[in-house]
Structures are given as structure tokens and as C-alpha cells.
Design a protein around this ligand. Structure first.
Ligand SMILES: [Zn+2]
Length: 242
């Protein structure tokens, strides 16, 4: 899909020639723009027009992202039963019970943590928090593995290794040794966000910059990636525990 860059980010568009259109205009759709042009207008004039509209297009994309994906990700004030915890852009009701051994299980909108009988009251919150963090990491790894299976055959390249990290300022990185690191906090973000960061870092196996060829590769892996990139720019800060 053709795109034009603004502020180092690609803005994707499709071009439609129309007999009825009286003038050049752009319609903003979810993460893609439709450029409608009368028959007689030359391609060069169309590109010039799009170029002039880049700032407006970027603003539209930001507004749509905000509408589509309001953040609901929050960290609970306490790790106790009755709190809501974030997961994949929504929240789960945290339930805690005692049983024979430790366990954690998601049932629709509930997350049930089972603590061994001998867990002391004073340790309970800490055990629940550590358990949920481990659960987040294993869920993140499942999403990452599914994403690698989806993207690597298209890319024709596989990373040497993939590891989870909780980085303070980055969502992922791709080293020169072809190892990919991903921030497991992304499991709190709406579906598609972690998948996008996987696609982004995989594309760095081929291109070590954020040039047009890099973004073209990302769009091949995940055509609707722009909305997730926007979401992270705007709301990524919500994912980090304060
Ligand atoms: Zn990058």
C-alpha cells in the first residue's frame, strides 16, 4: 500500500479515481486514508496534495486511535481480591482463594489465584502480585510465539532468540546478534499492540533504521500496524507501574 511519511511515521493511503468527484479530497478511515481524485488530475498533483495534507492526516490518525482504543490499563492499588487488573486492553476481576497448592486461572472476566493454606496473611499480597506477574509473562510469551509463527515465514528470517524484559523506556529491541527483547508489560495493552512490537523488531532483522523500506516491511507483516504504533505513542505510559 502506498504511504507518505510525516514525523518519521508512515501514513498509508489508497487512491480512488472518481468520475463524480469535483475536487481532490481525502477521507480518513480506520488507520488508512482514501484519496479520491477526479479523472483529469495527474498523479504528480495528487502526490503534492497529499504531501500538503500530511499534518492534517497525522492529526486525524491520532484522533481515531484515541476513539478506537481508550486505555483501560491501570495497575491496582492493592493486589487483593476484588481489585481489577489489566489484561489485553480490558480488566479482569481478581479473586483469591485458599487451596492445596498455588494456582492461577482465568475464567472469562475473572482471574482466580489459589494460595496454599500455609500462606501467611502478611505475605498474601506479595505472593499474589508475584504470581500475577509470572502469569502476565507466560501469557506474553504465548502471544509472542504465535506472532513469530505468523510473521517469520512472511519475513523469511527468524531471530536467534526471543526474551522477555521489563525495560523502563523501551517496548522492544533487536540486537546485532539477532536477539529480540520484548517488554512483557505490553500484555496489558489492547490486542494487536504486542503483536505489532514483535513485527516491528522482526523487521529490524532486515533494516536497522526507521526508513521507508523498514515501514514497508512492517506493513507487509501487519497491514493495520499504524493504529497500534499510535496507541503506544499516546498511551504507552499507562502500562508502566508507577
Ligand atoms: Zn524500531
Amino acid at each position: 500500500m502506498p504511504f507518505i511519511q510525516f514525523d518519521h511515521k508512515p501514513l498509508f493511503f489508497t487512491l480512488r479515481r472518481s468520475e463524480r468527484a469535483k475536487r481532490l479530497h481525502i477521507i480518513a478511515r480506520a488507520s488508512v486514508f482514501e484519496v479520491v481524485a477526479p479523472w483529469h488530475i495527474k498523479n504528480r498533483a495528487i502526490l503534492q496534495f497529499i504531501s500538503q495534507q500530511r499534518r492534517w492526516m497525522s492529526k486525524q490518525l491520532q484522533r481515531q486511535t484515541k476513539k478506537a482504543l481508550e486505555p483501560k490499563t491501570v495497575w491496582p492499588s492493592q493486589w487483593l481480591a476484588g481489585e481489577r487488573i489489566s489484561y489485553r486492553g480490558t480488566t479482569l476481576l481478581l479473586l483469591v482463594e485458599y487451596g492445596r497448592e498455588y494456582g492461577i486461572c482465568q475464567q472469562e472476566e475473572k482471574l482466580m489465584v489459589t494460595l496454599p493454606w500455609q500462606t501467611k496473611c502478611t505475605e498474601m499480597e506479595n505472593v499474589v502480585q508475584k504470581g500475577i506477574e509470572r502469569w502476565y509473562q507466560s501469557q506474553a510469551m504465548q502471544v509472542i510465539e504465535a506472532s513469530l509463527e505468523r510473521f517469520c515465514p512472511i519475513l523469511g528470517r527468524w531471530p536467534k532468540a526471543v526474551q522477555l524484559k521489563q525495560q523502563k523506556s523501551r517496548w522492544g529491541s533487536c540486537g546485532i546478534t539477532e536477539r529480540i527483547y520484548l517488554n512483557w508489560l505490553l500484555i496489558l495493552a489492547p490486542p494487536g499492540t504486542l503483536e505489532y512490537v514483535v513485527a516491528h523488531e522482526l523487521a529490524h532483522l532486515l533494516y536497522r533504521n526507521h526508513g521507508p523500506r523498514f515501514w514497508h516491511k512492517v506493513s507487509q507483516l501487519m497491514p493495520d500496524f499504524a493504529q497500534y504504533d499510535q496507541w503506544l505513542n499516546r498511551f504507552g505510559c499507562y502500562l508502566k507501574p508507577s
